[in-house]
Every structure is written in C-alpha cells, then in structure tokens.
Design a binder for this molecule. Structure first.
Ligand code: SF4
Ligand code: SF4
Length: 439
C-alpha cells in the first residue's frame, strides 16, 4: 500500500456520517453574493453595474492579470448592489449582489464540443481561464496558471488529487462515485494540455466506491488509480506526489520542479464541463456536516449562496453553534457571519455545537517532540511555537517556517494544547509585513 512514510496523523474522521449520502440539490437562492476575489492572485474587476440584467453563466467579473480568474453569475436576474460584503476569509471583500428572477435564463453563447481531445492545448487553456476555473480542493490557485509552467520545466505526469484526507469531508468522494466519467474526461483534457502520457489518481483506501467507479471509467486509458493508505495530510500536494511517485519536492520548490502537475478531482470535472459544454464554474459540491446541523449531506450549491440559506435548507441549526468552519476541522476557517457566501473553494461546512467546543488555556512546551514527529514536512513546530509566543518571528525564518503547509498536525498532537498553527500564521504574517516594508 502506498502512503506518506512516518509522518502524519490519523485523526477521528467521521466521514461515514455523509459518505453514503448521494449528492442532492438545495432550493435555489433568491440572492447571490459573488466576491471578486475567490482565488489566489489579483481580484477581478466588475463588468456590471447596479441595475444591469444578467443571464445565468454570464461573466460578471474579469480577471486582472495572468494570476487571476474571472467570476460568473450562477443565476439570471438583476444586479442590486456592488460593494464590500462579508467574505469567508474574515474580511470584507468587493462583491456583486444579484437578485435571482428564478428563470435561470442562459447566455446565448453556450456551445458543445465533443471533439475536445483534438483541440489545440492553447485554446483549451483559454477556455479554462474564461470559465474561471481554480483549484477546487481549497487552494483556489487559477488552473490555467498551473497548466502553464515555464518552458524549462519538463512536465512528465499529471496527478489528480482524490485523497480527501481532511476529516468530515466527503464531497470529492461523492463526486468520484457519481461523476467518475466527468473526472476521467477532465483528466484526459489536462493530460492532453500538458502533453503527457502518464496520469495518476491518488485516492485513499477509505473510499472503495470511488476507487471502483474511477477504475471503471479509466479502463483502457493511461490513467492509473493509486489506492493510498489513509493518513492525514496525504492530500497536501507535496505529500501526494511523494505517496504516488516517491518524488520529493525540494524545500521552497513547486511540483513542477519534479515534473508534476497536481489538480483536484473537482477541478478536473469542472474542466470537462467547461471544455465540453462551455459551462463556467458557478457551482460546486459541498459537504454540510457536524452535530450542529439538522440535516447532513452533500449538496450541489451555486457559488455565491449565503451560509444562512444553506443552513435553512439543511433543516436549520441543531442548537446553539459553538463554531462554524468553512472546510474541515484541521484546515477549515472559522466563520463569524451567516452572511458569507459559498466560494469556488468551499468544500465543506462543519457546524460544531457549543457544548462540543472545548476552551482550554494552553500550557508551556514540555519538549515532548510529538509535534516534530507528526510534522509531514519534517519541520520544528515546537520552535515556531516558542518563537511566536516570545514575539520573535524573524528568528523562525532560519527554521524554514515558510515550508509549513499549515496542516495542523502539530496542534492536534500537542499535549500542552499549544496553538502552534496560529503561532505559525502570526510568524508568517509578521514576515510578510517586514518584507513589504523593505520593498
Ligand atoms: S509545522 Fe506546519 S506543516 Fe508541520 S505539522 Fe505544523 S502545521 Fe503541519
Ligand atoms: S507537542 Fe507541544 S509540548 Fe510537545 S514539543 Fe511540541 S509544542 Fe512542545
């Protein structure tokens, strides 16, 4: 069995609470809030003004620069506001608010192309850019950029990430079970663009249904399904590459440095729908779960739908919430408003009731070394924690803190309950501030 050697952890995952629930729709929202920044890179610029009528799939925000991505409307209706609205990052963000007319009137320019594997890779990358496709595993890096490595970087293989190692989340699992053909056709397009012969899909072995469905759809292709022994954070890009190929991405390096391009399975399906049917990325599958919600499941949700609407459609909150996370318990981001929208990168909503949230003061580091043992990057989390607490972020640089992927394994195992990831984020933020002052 293939897996990341040594490092990593096995957190309680509770995936069985949603993994066998088929994807379903929720009642369409009457209003969507579409942030102009839903990706890594420059925010896009609004193409509409208040009062404009828009159609479903219409581009409403244009990418600004190469590392950027456009946004589209998931409904037909009227633009009723443009301004700063709550964003899942915790800040306010420039957004377009569209009131739906309930008609779902489509743009006229939708075109089907069944001959996509004979298309020019450059044109396919243009379609992917135009459709606003970004990494749907949560990283939200614009896909067309990842598919455009510098000429000197020879790419030899594409890996699809179907590991979904984050506890509680099962949206990728259901996608692979129910839409395996879309995933495989998307993978063929990605391989065609990169001009590679070999493709791999890494799936953890707690998803037997996904492994079976993807294997069936991949029959007769050069795409190999790799069953991985379950371990967190195997779905992190560098860990997945190591598990699937044995190659190690160097410190500070990128997958292309070892000839690999990694994409999420959801991204592959979005690529297929854009290239085959001209459909932009305006919806995604989201796992809604936790003891704090009345109806758990996997739902197809338009991007821009507000959290309050999703919760109402899932039967409402089960008591007072203690914590609401976008994402899972290890890497999720806490939400402070019910008015935040679902983004292209929102893979899950985890609602923890108040009674289940443990608030405890952290204690001194006892130098037990558990965090060091758990770190998948072989870093020194204890040092970051001590330096962060002492207000010495600069000193952490020599310990390669920028290689940290913020997976949370160190915090999870620490017997002194030290908020190591938060201390690392503080260090990184201080380092960014210092750099911007110098520049
Ligand atoms: S130091 Fe970073 S990469 Fe290592 S376990 Fe902690 S959060 Fe994960
Ligand atoms: S796990 Fe916690 S207590 Fe142990 S060395 Fe790391 S920071 Fe210190």
């Amino acid at each position: 069995m293939w897996t990341i050697a040594g490092e990593g952890i096995h957190p309680i995952d509770r995936k069985s609470e949603t993994s066998s629930i088929p994807i379903s729709e929720i009642k369409p929202p009457s209003k969507v809030v579409i942030p102009l920044s839903q990706h890594i890179g420059a925010p896009c610029e609004s193409l509409v003004k208040i009062g404009d009528l828009v159609k479903k799939y219409q581009k409403v925000g244009e990418a600004k620069g190469f590392v950027s991505s456009p946004v589209h409307s998931p409904v037909s209706g009227k633009v009723v506001a443009i301004g700063r609205f709550p964003h899942p990052s915790g800040n306010q963000s420039n957004s377009i608010v569209i009131e739906s007319d309930g008609k779902d009137e489509l743009i006229d320019s939708l075109k089907e192309n069944s001959n996509y594997l004979n298309a020019d890779p450059k044109d396919l990358k243009g379609i992917i850019l135009g459709a606003g496709i970004v990494g749907m595993g949560g990283a939200t890096f614009p896909t067309h950029v990842k598919l455009s490595p510098p000429q000197e970087k020879k790419i030899t293989a594409v890996i699809l990430n179907g590991a979904e190692c984050e506890p509680f989340l099962t949206s990728d699992d259901r996608l692979m079970v129910e839409k395996s053909m879309e995933v495989i056709e998307g993978m063929k397009i990605l391989m065609h663009i990169m001009g590679v012969r070999d493709g791999y899909i890494g799936i953890e072995n707690d998803k037997p249904g996904a492994i079976k469905a993807i294997n069936q759809s991949a029959t007769g292709t050069n795409i190999k399904v790799i069953s991985l022994e379950k371990k967190y954070p195997q779905g992190a890009e560098k860990q997945l590459i190591k598990s699937v190929t044995g190659k190690e991405v160097p410190s500070g390096g990128l997958p292309m440095d070892v000839g690999i391009v990694v994409q999420n399975v959801g991204t592959a399906a979005a690529v297929y729908n854009a290239v085959r049917y001209g459909v932009p990325l305006v919806e995604r599958i989201v796992t809604v779960t936790g003891n704090g919600i009345n109806r758990r499941g996997n739902f197809r949700i338009p991007v821009g739908t507000l959290l309050e609407h999703v919760i109402a459609e899932c039967g409402g909150l089960a008591g007072e919430p203690g914590k609401i996370l976008f994402g899972g318990p290890m890497m999720g981001i806490a939400q402070y408003s019910m008015l935040v929208p679902i983004l292209k990168g929102t893979s899950g909503i985890l609602i923890i009731p108040k009674g289940d949230v443990v608030l405890e003061d952290f204690r001194a580091c006892i130098r037990c070394g558990r965090c060091v043992q758990a770190c998948p990057i072989r870093l020194l989390p204890n040092m970051y924690s001590i330096l962060g607490e002492a207000g010495k972020p600069k000193d952490a640089e020599e310990y390669h803190v920028l290689d940290c992927i913020e997976c949370g394994c160190c915090t999870y195992v620490c017997p002194s309950r030290r908020p190591i990831v938060q201390q690392i984020r503080y260090i990184k933020a201080e380092m960014r501030k210092a750099k911007s002052k110098v520049a």
